[in-house]
Unconditional design. Structure first.
Length: 179
């Protein structure tokens, strides 16, 4: 790779120019400039209509939280301790941790079944970052926070796919030919 700053011909894959030590690792990152791929790579998660999360406190019962999830027709609840996000509870937790057990769900607390310290997205993270984090972690829901860690909402894979679909559907025909 030729360093754009000093012109030195470096070995492919190096992170820094061997001559001037300028960083090179971001130079080969794909950066679409048109089409809906541009929206995936550049649009921030804050552009989504973030769902207001269903919240539960750590000492709330699982039965109460499941009832809230059913009422709001959502697949997860964020678990708080006071105002601080400390966990997440999802449909998968119900299936894999509770279904078929003889536990009294009125006595089981969120602290016992939540996934502690969940992965989060920052509002300025891109759609590509969200998709990557969901794919690598096997998540369908991620909390979204400000740079100060203030909870803004929850994003689901369905939200992101809907956003991508709408961008593809509404892009001009000449742009669609290039994507």
């Amino acid at each position: 790779m030729i360093c754009p700053f000093c012109g030195h011909n470096n070995i492919a894959g190096v992170d820094r120019c061997q001559e001037c030590m300028h960083p090179l690792r971001d130079l080969d990152v794909p950066r679409p400039t048109e089409g809906f791929q541009k929206h995936i790579m550049q649009d921030a998660v804050r552009h989504l209509n973030l769902a207001h999360p269903v919240n539960a406190q750590v000492d709330d019962s699982v039965a109460r939280t499941i009832e809230l999830m059913k009422q709001h027709r959502v697949g997860c609840a964020l678990v708080l301790e006071g105002e601080r996000l400390v966990g997440i509870f999802t449909e998968r937790d119900i299936l894999f941790k509770l279904a078929g057990t003889e536990q009294n769900l009125e006595r089981v607390t969120m602290r016992q079944v939540m996934i502690p310290d969940p992965a989060k997205l920052k509002a300025e993270d891109t759609m590509a970052t969200a998709l990557h984090q969901m794919s690598v972690g096997g998540f369908r829901h991620l909390p979204v926070v400000t740079s100060d860690d203030v909870l803004l909402g929850v994003v689901s894979i369905k939200d992101i796919l809907g956003y991508i679909y709408n961008k593809a559907l509404h892009q001009p025909a000449d742009e669609a030919a290039h994507t």
